[in-house]
Write a protein that binds this ligand. Structure first.
Ligand SMILES: Nc1ncnc2c1ncn2[C@@H]1O[C@H](COP(=O)(O)OP(=O)(O)OP(=O)(O)O)[C@@H](O)[C@H]1O
Length: 610
């Protein structure tokens, strides 16, 4: 058979370089990675056999560890799904994993990169921390020919077809000489191997054998009572199923007995994945049926707004052949989903009371996703509002709604909020001046989803949500607009209304104390932030016109009035009107339609005042 020499893909080469020169002190994790891959391959093999008679799996699915002290090799062998030639080139020769570029960047930048390697969990390539050379022999289930792959971790690898490979995969590591100083232990030592397997891979559900001896207990972690399981075991398991290097924020074991039995072991990660808001991203938990792995990324078992939750659900009464379509309709699955969702939310509620810091991390990472649950008419609105927190004018720390309500002033009966892109942009918005003057608190909502749920959820604890940028102000620092002012401004307001094409109406307000003007929406009108959300979703709308509100107490506004009374035809006044409108737009963080024109008008005005 001819042997071909191929090059690793560029990113893969870089990663290999880092492995070969690694000074990471826990190099033994390479064994964890090989066992983890073998275990995944065995899961896939068993599943393939269930789905296709002709692929009926060998009875004895297992992992074997073989050592040759003379040759200084360690082999991890499985009789799992195996790989075809294309698989090997595609899976081993390249790195498709998302986030690799980011990982490489951080590894290169970071001085302590050695420790980061372990944290990232670099998979198969970690073997090059301990290997001079690696040989992989594999045959895919159902195929006749096998493949032999070999590399020393430099820029290339060789690959050849072989006739007599056993089904499954064997990875043979040609070990570098042991060097305790470099944290290179002797991985041909039985005792060391036992220790490493026990430490990292005890829960693997297939036997890991060395000679006659089985090294792992194989106990499914979710089937063991919590009091029996060490936190470290949970964390290893979490790493095994998620490939997340950071420890989970919270571990939630569950068990239901009775008519429909299931066990679940859920994890709340400590940070959000970068694709949390990508529609087609992989999310969800693993589904098992009576300890048999059925599928990854099952999104049917948790509502979408909890898609970041990881873990395992083992249902007793499902068919092993269950498909995603069946899952979507299955009554029991819906029941499980409701229970899991309730449990996750109640766990967060407990965190709020018992571990404020963890709660804050949770909400910072996942709050925006959880709030999506407020949109779907789900039964958990109340539970979600209870665990939500929001930035507010009351202080730097986010507040819960319950705390907001407890701080409400006498006479205040609504929960006021303003939406926008960032706290900095909205906390000084002119709209909240009057509320500030009265010392009313305003929630500062900055997630895109906030603009939508405030429309579907109308109240909390009997208190209505009220946007400060919509409708007539019902909170005035002063009295109502006086009749005198109404009369005096009638003419100039009419003229402004005709002059400014971009606004729907111009009126006086008492909601402003220090700003000259602001823009508000009709009570049922769309807010600018919501317009942006729709635009981002690809839904355009004709621009929605808003109402320009003026503060009659402001010298600019009263000045404009008296100027208009004296010289209504002066073209300068039109420029002033435009500047006034532009200022209101800028004050709320909006975008000017023609910034250059605004700047020219402003410069022109200013130069005349010098
Ligand atoms: N023993 C094996 N049997 C079958 N396929 C394997 C085996 N080892 C690796 N593979 C295939 O190669 C791919 C790459 O493995 P690698 O360990 O680099 O990444 P991963 O397992 O996907 O992610 P990670 O190791 O970071 O968890 C695997 O996803 C799998 O498809």
């Amino acid at each position: 058979m001819t042997t071909e020499t191929l090059e690793f893909q560029a990113e893969a080469r870089q990663l290999l370089q880092l492995m070969v020169h690694s000074i990471y002190s826990h190099k033994e994790v390479f064994l964890r990675e090989l066992i983890s891959n073998a275990s995944d391959a065995l899961d896939k093999r068993r599943l393939a056999g269930l789905k296709d008679e002709s692929l009926k799996a060998a009875d004895d699915l297992h992992i074997a560890i073989e050592v040759d002290k003379e040759a200084r090799t360690l082999t991890v062998r499985d009789n799992g799904i195996g790989m075809s030639r294309e698989d090997v080139v595609g899976l081993i020769g390249t790195i498709a994993r998302s986030g690799t570029a980011e990982m490489l960047r951080r590894l290169k930048e970071n001085k302590e990169s050695a420790e980061l390697i372990g944290q990232f969990g670099v998979g198969f390539y970690s073997v090059f921390m301990v290997a001079e050379k690696v040989t992989l022999l594999t045959r895919k289930a159902g195929e006749d020919e096998g493949v032999r792959w070999e590399s020393d971790g430099g820029g290339t690898y060789t690959i050849e077809t072989v006739e007599d490979a056993p089904e499954g995969t064997a990875v043979t590591v040609h070990l570098r000489p042991a060097d305790e100083e470099d944290a290179l232990h002797d991985y041909t030592d039985d005792q060391k191997i036992r220790e490493v397997v026990k430490r990292y891979s005890d829960f693997i559900s297939f036997p890991i054998r060395m000679g006659e001896e089985t090294l792992n207990s194989m106990k499914a972690l979710w089937a063991r009572p919590r009091s029996d399981v060490k936190d470290e075991e949970y964390r290893e398991f979490y790493r095994h199923i998620t490939h997340d290097w950071a420890d989970p924020l919270e571990i939630i074991p569950m068990r239901a007995e009775g008519t429909f039995e299931y066990e679940a072991l859920l994890f709340i990660p400590s940070r959000a994945p970068r694709d949390l808001f990508q529609r087609d991203a992989r999310h969800g938990v693993q589904l098992y049926v009576k300890r048999v792995f059925i599928m990854d990324d099952s999104r049917e078992l948790l509502p979408d707004h909890l898609r970041f939750v990881k873990g395992v659900v083992d249902a007793a009464d499902l068919s092993l052949n269950v498909s995603r379509e069946i899952l979507q309709q299955d009554r029991h699955i819906q029941l499980i989903r409701r229970r899991l969702a309730k449990k996750v939310l109640s766990t967060i509620k407990d965190l709020m009371t018992n571990d404020a810091e963890k709660y804050r991390t949770f909400w910072r990472e996942f709050g925006a996703a959880v709030k999506e649950g407020l949109l779907d008419g789900s039964e958990n609105h109340k539970a979600i509002l209870d665990i939500a927190s929001f930035a507010s004018t009351a202080g730097d720390e986010p507040t819960t709604l319950a705390d907001y309500v407890s701080r409400m002033k006498d006479g205040q009966n609504k929960i006021y909020y303003v939406t926008g892109e960032s706290r900095a942009q909205i906390e000084n918005s002119p709209h909240i001046e009057a509320l500030k003057a009265k010392d009313y608190e305003v929630l500062l909502l900055t997630d895109p989803v906030d603009d939508i749920w405030v429309d579907t959820v109308h109240e909390y604890d009997g208190k209505e949500f009220q946007s400060v940028t919509r409708g007539e102000s019902d909170v005035s620092a002063e009295e109502e607009v006086s009749e005198e002012d109404t009369e005096a401004y009638k003419a100039v307001l009419g003229w402004l209304n005709d002059t400014l094409d971009d606004v729907k109406d111009v009126r006086l307000t008492t909601r402003l104390t220090s700003s000259p003007a602001c823009l508000v929406s009709d009570n049922d009108g769309m807010t600018p932030a919501l317009e942006k959300v729709y635009k981002a979703m690809g839904q355009g709308f004709p621009p929605v016109k808003r109402i320009l509100e003026l503060n009659p107490q402001h010298p600019l506004v009263s000045g404009l009035r008296s100027a208009y009374e004296k010289r209504a035809d002066d073209p300068d006044l039109t420029d002033m009107a435009e500047l006034l409108y532009g200022t209101a737009l800028l004050a709320e963080g909006g975008d000017l339609a023609d910034p250059a024109r605004f700047a020219t008008l402003l410069a022109d005005r200013l130069s005349r005042t010098i």
